[in-house]
Write a protein that binds this ligand. Structure first.
Ligand code: FES
Length: 285
């Protein structure tokens, strides 16, 4: 059962700005009924070019309705350029958060906004939507959309790519390709990451910084997915860990370990850190 904030429930039960604007200046439509989610956004501008009115029609779940309702409230009074700066994370934050499995609803809102503004500016939305290589045929998601979601939302697992884009949530044929894209993007991120602190750390400082990053940055994210990570030992730059919970049998465990855990420790502690999984053996008599 997912936890919804009071604000999500309120915008779902009492959606603002539902309907269409007959003389809209901009209309953006994304999704399709075949995918189970569709959203049409209407914008009306005032004489100064500010968004005076925004309305929506959607076919989707409660989170899609709440995200669309929130978006129409957020864009009012903004210029189109200002509105374009709204990210899917801003929509989710406005609502006090969304369950991660429903983050794709906030992504759909942002895409509808972009499609509306593109159409107003004469940029064909269908070209935009098909930009890139089609990765997930079930939900019509391209690699461009996946790469963007990974960067904008700090995604580190294939499962979260599905949560944010729906790609991979159907037949699963595209999961391998999503995994490749994720590795490419995480690798690129790592390359672009700022150099780790140049200060030479003592062993004690390194161990306590590793512990802090694991406890504060990594474990909460893994625990949110039903997994966990235990720090077993640190031998110089080698960090010995053990995966716990859902992570233990997860097919993406090695990706999580190398790309996410090792990547974060290299970024925040030392670029030479190597993370090794230590499997604890238990003797049963
Ligand atoms: S092709 Fe992506 S889930 Fe089916």
């Amino acid at each position: 059962m997912w936890d919804y904030t009071d604000k999500v429930k309120d915008h779902f039960m009492n959606p603002r700005n539902v309907g269409k604007i007959d003389d809209a200046d901009a209309v953006g439509e994304v999704g399709s009924l075949a995918c189970g989610d569709a959203l049409k956004l209407y914008l009306k501008l005032d004489k100064d070019g500010l968004i005076e009115k925004a309305t929506f029609q959607t076919f989707g779940c409660g989170s899609a309705i709440a995200s669309s309702s929130a978006l129409t409230e957020m864009v009012k009074g903004k210029t189109l350029d200002e509105a374009l700066k709204i990210t899917n994370k801003d929509i989710a934050d406005f609502l006090g958060g969304l369950p991660k499995e429903k983050m794709h609803c906030s992504v759909m809102g942002r895409e509808a906004l972009e499609a509306a503004i593109n159409s107003y500016r004469g940029i064909k939305s269908d070209i935009h939507e098909l930009e890139g290589e089609l990765v997930c045929e079930c939900f019509g998601v391209t690699d461009t959309q996946i790469r963007r979601a990974i960067h904008e939302n700090n995604i580190g697992t294939v499962e979260d790519v599905t949560n944010f884009t729906k790609a991979g949530g159907g037949c699963g044929r595209c999961l391998e390709r999503i995994d490749e894209i994720l590795k490419e993007e995480l690798g690129a991120k790592q390359a672009k990451a700022p150099a780790a602190p140049s200060k030479v750390l003592t062993n004690l400082q390194r161990i306590s910084l590793i512990k802090k990053v694991i406890d504060e940055e990594l474990r909460p994210a893994l625990q949110a997915d039903g997994g966990d990570l235990e720090l077993l030992d640190v031998e110089g730059k080698k960090v010995l860990v053990s995966l716990r919970g859902a992570c233990t049998n997860c097919p993406s465990a090695q990706i999580t370990l190398k790309d996410v855990v090792q990547g974060k420790l290299r970024e925040l502690v030392d670029p030479e850190i190597e993370v090794v999984e230590e499997v604890k053996c238990t003797l049963s008599i």
